[in-house]
Design a binder for this molecule. Structure first.
Ligand code: MG
Length: 249
């Protein structure tokens, strides 16, 4: 199932599932409510981020080639940080370049969406608590990453977390091609099979650190090939079977 959140012509915001032929069937409320008989044409609606999260847990330094390009040390345990809900940006939205930074970079990442509240779950139970997968761009003010001592500022600006275009429960998260394309040029190109800490390990680990709640998201880290964007640039994050997340600067 492919899940989306859309704004209709009458400005109402609805949760829906893609049913093919450019159409979507509406839920009565969110993804956990009954489906209605109503279908809409996708071309008549505006795509929004498919999830509105309470917390975004993000993993840094999870591909060895990316660790090398940033000149960091391979971590023994996952490097975890949080992004605020105010960082969320819709597909096709514009990434703001903050006045405090002179170097804003993209980071294409596989994003896990949590289905149900959970805590202390084992890796073998993780799938029960995952709604599906989507694409995120962990936008980063790289010049502030070291200067500010930790990563809250450099990764927490408004619009620094585009998510979309849809959530799918039909993929194997452990082997997906992941790419970013800046102004038509492929900049990142790797597979999630190269994650140091794989998806099920991460969800289990994080559930032992704090309660995970419905619609929390987990960003799983970015491959090598990060570089700056400038105003006017188009950035596409693409993951096999999950479509393309397009944003502008
Ligand atoms: Mg990242």
């Amino acid at each position: 199932m492919k899940l989306i959140r859309i704004k209709l012509r009458d400005e109402s915001i609805r949760y829906a599932r893609i049913v093919g032929d450019g159409k979507a069937q509406l839920f009565s409320d969110d993804y956990f409510s009954p489906l209605t008989d109503e279908t809409v044409e996708l071309k008549d609606s505006t795509l929004l981020s498919p999830v509105v999260f309470k917390k975004a847990l993000c993993i840094g330094l999870n591909y060895s080639e990316h660790i090398k390009e940033l000149d960091f040390i391979r971590p023994e345990k996952p490097v975890v940080f949080l992004k605020p809900s105010t960082a969320l940006l819709d597909p096709f939205g514009r990434i703001e370049h903050p006045s405090l930074s002179e170097r804003v970079e993209y980071e294409a990442e596989l994003c896990v969406v949590i289905k149900d509240r959970c805590r202390n779950i084992s890796e073998s139970d993780v799938d029960k608590y995952i709604l599906g997968y989507t694409i995120a761009n962990d936008v980063t003010a790289r010049d502030l990453q070291e200067k500010t001592g930790q990563w809250t500022i450099c990764k927490g600006f408004d619009t620094f977390l585009p998510i979309g275009p849809y959530i799918s429960d039909e993929v194997d998260p452990d082997d997906l091609r992941i790419q970013s394309i800046l102004n038509g040029k492929v900049m990142q190109d790797d597979r999630t099979s190269h994650l140091i800490f794989p998806v099920r390990y991460l969800v289990s680990y994080l559930s032992k650190c704090m309660t995970l709640e419905r619609y929390d998201v987990i960003l799983t880290g970015t491959p090598k090939g990060v570089s700056p964007m400038k105003k006017g640039d188009e950035i596409i994050c693409r993951i096999e079977s999950l479509g393309e997340l397009v944003n502008y600067n």
